[in-house]
Each structure stands twice: as C-alpha cells, then as structure tokens.
Design a protein around this ligand. Sequence first.
Ligand SMILES: *Cc1c(COP(=O)(O)O)cnc(C)c1O
Length: 434
Amino acid sequence: MTYYSLTNTANMATFDQAVIRGLAPDRGLYFPSETPRLSEDFLQDLENKTAVEIGFEVMRPFVGGSIPDARLRKIVEQTLCFEFPLVPIHNNVSTLELFHGPTMAFKDVGARFMARCIGYFNEQNPKKVTVLVATSGDTGGAVASGFLGIEGTEVVILYPKGKVSHIQELQLTTNGNNIKAVEVDGVFDDCQEMVKTAFLDNDLNSAYNLTSANSINVARWLPQSLYFFFAYQQLKKQGIDKDLVFSVPSGNFGNICAGIVASKLGLPVHHFVASTNVNDTVPRYLQTQEYNPYPSKQTISNAMDVGNPSNFIRIQSLFNNDFNALKQQFSSFAFDDSQTQIALKALYNDYNYIADPHGAVGYLGLQKYMQENPNVHGVFLETAHAIKFRDTVEKSLDVSLDTPEQIQHILDKTPKKTALKDYDAFKEYLLQRA
Ligand SMILES: *Cc1c(COP(=O)(O)O)cnc(C)c1O
C-alpha cells in the first residue's frame, strides 16, 4: 500500500513515511492509493472474531509491510485494550460507546495506535520524534495518554485558552514525562494554524524530527474504521439485519471519514450522517455545493468546534469528488446548543440514557435522518463519556454524575502548562528546548 498527497498525487509515501511526516511535503493530506475489499468470508465470519483479530486484518493492508505482522498484532492488542459496547436506546436505535478507554473519548484508539507505530519506526533512530498536536478538547488528552512513556517520542500539545473543559485541561496538562502542554491565547483554528506553520518552518525542521498527531495523520485516522466493524458485529449478534445507518458527531470529520473507508472495504453501511454543532461548514456545503468555511464558534460540544474540517477533502476523494455520489450515501445536519440540551434531556427522560453533548448531537442527526427514512437501524456514536462535560450534563439533567476511575486519579494533580500568544512565541519556545 502506498499513500499519495491530495495536493499532488505524484507525491507518494509508504505507510511509515506518511506516519512520520504527518502531512506530505506539499502540505497535502495523505490518502491510501487503494481500498482493498475485505473477503466475503471475513464479513461472514465477523461474529466469531475478536476485536484484535478484526483490528489486525483490517489494518494490515494499510500498514503495507511497514511493520512486521507479529509486531502489528501486538500494537493492535495494546490499542484495543477496552470495550466498545453497542447499547440499545430503543427498538431501531442503538449507540456505540467509544468512551471506555483511558481518556474516555474515542480518540484513544487512534492515538494509541499511532503512538505505538511511531515507537516502532523510531526504535533504531537516536533522534527523538517530536509530535505537535492542536486540540479543541479531546485530541490532546488522548494523544498525551497514548504517547506517555513511549520511548523516542516527545509530545507538544497546543490548546485554546478557556475553551476546553476542566477535566480535558487536566488530561492535557498533568502527564509530565515526555508530554508538554501549551495554552494558546486564541481559538482552536489558531492552534491548528500554528502547528501547520511549524511544519513548514525550516529552523524547526532542522532542529526537530517533527510530526503531527491530528487526525490528518493516517495512523490516527485509519484505525477508527474499526469502530464500524465492532458495531456491525454486535448488531449481527443481536439479530438485527436492517439497513444500517451511522450518525457520527463530527468536527474535523476524521471519524466519519474512517467509517466511509470501512464501507469501501466492504462493510455494508446504507448511509452516513455527519452531525455537527453550529460549526456547519459541511451541512451548508451539502445544501449549496459551495465550500465556504467560517471561523469556529464555541459550543457545548467543543471537541467539534471546527470551522474548516481538515478531513472533508478525504471524504470528497472517497467519492471521487462527485457531489451527487457523495449525497447518495452521506448527509450532514447541524444543531445548536439548545437543541443539544433538549436531546440530552430526551435521551435521559425517555430512555434513561445519559449521553454527553457530542453523543446528543449524533442522536439529533440520526433522528432527523430517520424521520424520512424510518425503515433502517440507526447507530449514533457516543464519542465521549458524560463526565468530560460534567457541568453541561449535570445542569441539563439535574443529576450528579459519578466520577469514573480514569478521571478520579487526575482530579487532584496540578496542571503544568506554558501560556503563549502567537506563532513567534511558540517557535521561540520550541527552539529554546531543542
Ligand atoms: C474529536 C471529537 C469529535 C469529532 O471527531 P472528528 O473525527 O474530528 O470529526 C466528536 N466527539 C468527541 C467527543 C471528540 O473528542
């Protein structure tokens, strides 16, 4: 398997090169040169496979020999070390809970997989890999936890001041060891722009071996395809064989894009719904066919506060940039905070389910789609545990949430961070540490 840059398809890379570089030298996103169909047998036999077997078989062609099989299997084992339960909400709607990992958001899988791939690739290299990552909330915590203690790596996380929840901030800033946190006076898009600029900066590139752990990195993005197989497997076990629709709460559109990859691999998915908050660049695009990003707006589902979703170009490529083909299999709807709060309440009062604001947005998108397409089975992804958005959830539902073990142990740690204003300050900070 090779990867090409979506900016210039002549710029190719192997899996290890794509992972180490993050972005192609022309600033394009890497894209797999093929999506190998899984065999019929694989899908028929899915029910009898373990998560690790599924993970190994799905990821193996994408890794394309860059990692020996035995090592890849171990990486997959260390990545998928928690559950992905499919929980019924009512007769034709379920939720796939992706928050049982160490930081209680779905990004744990991609971050753990990527960290271990880089750890492997860099084993023989005396120069450390420095991972730069911008976060609007959950990415930073997942990347920090995924990379913590991985030999030969160092992580610098940039997050927007005052725009992540208290628990999220603790997850970013209390790791120590090879993990550093930078608080930026700005919004997520500023953080993302600083990371992008750093990759083009010759001074930094000669001092550091830089890479990115945002969902632009193929090692973070592609393993997310596995969730969709895990959902399908459990639906089969539950005897449900209606047309399957996934609603994915979307920000940078990496997760839903991975779902579309799963369907291209052969997973039978009828339709995808990308559910967003008021950061509605993609829903507007589907209506107008004009891609017109706005600066990001702050919402109660802050991990989706993205004005210009970086993975949307990959989704377009998966549909050969054919707008009508895209619309056949893909819808996108936006919801504001008050709708999200109403959905949180409805899930709790009607079905006794405590969702987080992102899951609630996913539920809303699914509901909207199913109003016109009722004869399907809908799965919305629950991308974070409610505890990560404690204030919003407790206030909306008038409940008091128990604190899970994964969160309990960081609550009394002291945050360590460096506050920075702009790119120049960030560059100086990095150069001083080199
Ligand atoms: C990151 C995140 C999302 C958005 O995922 P994308 O892949 O960026 O679309 C949704 N929900 C939660 C809780 C997240 O952390």
